[in-house]
Design a protein around this ligand. Sequence first.
Ligand code: G6P
Length: 356
Amino acid sequence: EDTDKGAYPYYMLKEIDEQAVVARKIAGHYFDEDGNLQGIPCAVTDTIQEADRLYIVAAGTSYHAGLIGKRYFEQWAKIPTEVHIASEFAYDQPMLSEKPFFIFLSQSGETADSREVLDNVKKQGYPALTLANVMNSTLTREADFALPVLAGPEIAVASTKAYTAQVLVQAILAAALGNPGFDLKAELAKVAVEIQAITDEKESFKKIAESALKDQQSAFYIGRGLDAAVALEAALKLKEISYVQTEGFAAGELKHGTISLIEEGTPVFALLTQKKTAGLLRGEVAQVAARGANTVVFASESLAQDGDAFVLPEVNELLMPILAVIPAQLVAYYATLDRGLDVDRPRNLAKSVTVQ
Ligand code: G6P
């Protein structure tokens, strides 16, 4: 596959742009022409159906993807799901249900913390599935089952297309186990179109990055529900490559402490794609604005208001995390370029962490 940067200055930008193609590739792999799911062996779905609880184990960006997947497994497949950080689970194993099933999420398939957990749970005799971007990796070989994430080679240290691909493949697996209540294949086609629509708006995000983040040392991403999970990933993207200290968290927690950090000009990015909590989140945006924050709202079309920084095209609300993360990826990219830093190779970081 293509590991050439081509005309792109950095792999990260190329990989951000590839997300529409990746979404189509995943849909093409996991759905046949008639719209039936394919490519997930019955042994996988049968074994999961026997479980009483799913345990998603991952690190970094993959952990954030798991936080989104939890919603699909619970809402569509009706299986209670916990999401765990591998480095914690490895040494502080929580109390497990009677019939647990493990899902390892990993771009590389080599993360040492996740491997340690897989070793532990195998010794305890529990079944495990790995969803990985690199097949034939340790985590795919050592789990009972493995499914490909199909993002293609990801070279930039900051993960982008592997995240969206992991979210998509979890949605497909959950659909194979239950019922999303809508035509997932048709909706994924729409997701691909809308990813492209957002990545076509690079100039907007370049301007947002310049105006909101120039000379800033810290920033915040807030959201509620699925947007709170995306806020964690959005914040990680910005901080890991631009070195702007960024916190991502559930907006309702602002008032319990963090709001004291807001000063004149502090950038607060709000992700607003979930209808049920949109009103509350608007209130939180107003509260930080009243304390001087420079608020930047990325809202889905039906929830957008005048003054929002970018209007996200609308797909099924549960799939909005796939679209909502893209502005954050692009803002992180341009903020890092503005600072004259190496976007693809941030200091102190490795693409794959094979030590504990
Ligand atoms: C490293 C990478 C992250 C990645 C994490 C987990 O820290 O820099 O981008 O999310 O490892 O890696 P994995 O390959 O297991 O997804």
